[in-house]
Design a binder for this molecule. Structure first.
Ligand code: ARG
Length: 462
């Protein structure tokens, strides 16, 4: 049975229906190792404040060690009757140390400052795990770019052919977005390195405990909360974590959508490895991009976790409210989701086959070099407004005759504009168009090589 932490003023125990509603132990049990770490730090603070003797501290530590081992090997677990992880672990400590010593640990702390602290510790650990998995995906994408340094493809806007770009340039665009996500995780981690332990229920403690020492013990680099009300009541760190993980999901789903399109018969830009494709139970020929589709689908779930959480937080008065118990499942789910999705996604990207000929065949299609005609005219001194018109007329002439821009005859060019001398042909090939865009961030092979080196250098120091 349970050992409630608040029985004193109640004549009866909780109704079964309330106990079922109130229980969080089935999802907050994953915080047990952090709760025990918090208890160790708190015991030390009680000892420093003269509230535990040397001997009591030693026995308390030994009891916490045993409890930790029993939690780790599964011989001690929380139950619904325990309500939450904190209550369950207090029961475990009482069972091991007896009420005389076991009952001393709760002095000067509240589940409110405990949960606010443990939750930060858990999410910081998982921010690092997710950051590591993200770095592996970034490496896989960098590998893909490096393996195809000179492959041209149709660059698109509105999903229509726009201008040719290097495949490596396109892949690195995704890496840039993921790098910002990784940076967001690191900045979030630094912002979250503040410990609410010592805030008590909301007002701090009258027992002379040192929150800064507890913060240092628990690895919070930026010390303890400056305001105990804020320490126990704020969850913007959870919302921000949910945003960053949702953003990662969104960035994955944008890659996923392209992989799905690229692997269609019509595009045939890539083929997924068998190990990262699935079949159909009825159509024997099918090879489906399920990893990409699951990434696209799970991004919706990550977004839902964020929006649900924001709705929970909206208009909550200070300080702690029990609504805040609803803050954990969404982001636990976000961690679980990304930690299973990212390795599969990385595997898919690391093993896909790129069909160079197909991409390059389509790179100039859709009159994607029309801009090059216009910019060539600008270099001949023609105002861009007129150059744009002239290049547009070239496209019209091609459409009328069912030919590509490079098939226009000297006469056809001359008829459209006297500025269109045969030299215009020098820009009407894809490698020339790519090479011309050699400014920083452009799609020229040399510019992409510079970008690639920068991305690799950043990844190396992360
Ligand atoms: N299970 C609670 C939560 O997750 C812990 C804090 C409970 N505090 C309280 N006053 N009942 O928020």
């Amino acid at each position: 049975g349970g050992v409630r932490l608040w029985g004193g003023r109640f004549a009866s125990g909780p109704a079964e229906a309330l106990a079922q509603l109130s229980a969080s132990v089935h999802f907050d049990w994953r915080l047990a190792p952090y709760d025990i770490a918090g208890s160790r730090a708190h015991a030390r603070a009680l000892h420093t404040a003269g509230l535990l003797t040397d001997g009591e501290l030693a026995r308390m530590r030994e009891g916490l060690d045993r409890l930790e081992a029993d939690v780790a090997d599964g011989s001690f677990t929380g139950t619904v009757a325990d309500e939450d992880v904190h209550t369950a672990l207090e029961r475990g400590l009482l069972e091991r140390l007896g009420p005389g010593l076991g009952g001393k640990l709760r002095a000067g702390r509240s589940r409110n400052d405990q949960i606010a602290t443990l939750f930060r510790m858990y999410l910081r650990d998982h921010a690092r795990i997710i950051g590591g998995l993200l770095a592996e995906l970034q490496q896989a994408l960098v590998g893909l770019a490096e393996a195809h340094p000179a492959v041209a493809m149709p660059g698109r806007t509105h999903l229509q052919h726009a201008q040719p770009v290097l495949f490596a340039h396109h892949v690195l665009a995704h890496v840039q977005a993921l790098s910002r996500d990784a940076e967001r995780l690191r900045q979030w981690d630094a912002r979250t390195a503040v410990s609410p332990y010592g805030s008590g229920a909301l007002a701090g403690s009258s027992l002379g405990l040192d929150p800064e020492a507890v913060a240092a013990d628990l690895g919070f680099e930026h010390g303890s909360s400056a305001n105990s009300i804020d320490g126990t009541a704020s969850r913007d760190f959870v919302a921000e974590f949910a945003f960053v993980t949702a953003m990662i999901g969104i960035d994955l789903s944008r890659i996923a959508e392209e992989v799905i399109i690229w692997s269609t018969e019509e595009f045939s830009f890539v083929t997924l490895d068998d190990a990262f494709s699935t079949g159909s139970s009825i159509m024997p020929q099918k090879k489906n991009p399920d990893v990409a589709e699951l990434a696209r689908g799970k991004s919706g779930r990550l977004i839902g976790n964020l929006t649900g959480l924001l709705a929970t937080l909206k208009a909550l008065p200070l300080a702690y409210n029990r609504d805040l118990q609803e803050d954990k499942e969404p982001v636990f789910d976000s961690c679980d989701t990304l930690e299973v999705l990212l390795p599969a996604f990385t595997g898919m990207m690391a093993t896909l086959t790129v069909h160079r000929e197909r991409m390059e065949e389509l790179a100039p299609a859709g009159f994607s070099l029309a801009t090059d005609i216009a910019e060539w005219l600008v270099r001949q001194g023609v105002p861009f407004r007129e150059a744009h018109e002239t290049a547009g007329e070239c496209v019209q002439e091609c459409e009328r005759n069912g030919i590509t821009l490079d098939r226009l005859t000297d006469e056809q060019f001359a008829k459209i504009s006297p500025h269109l001398t045969p030299e215009v042909r020098t820009v009407l090939d894809v490698p020339g168009a790519l090479a011309a865009r050699n400014g920083r961030g452009g799609t020229a092979p040399e510019a992409v090589a510079v970008q690639l080196a920068g991305v690799k250098a950043d990844l190396a120091v992360q």
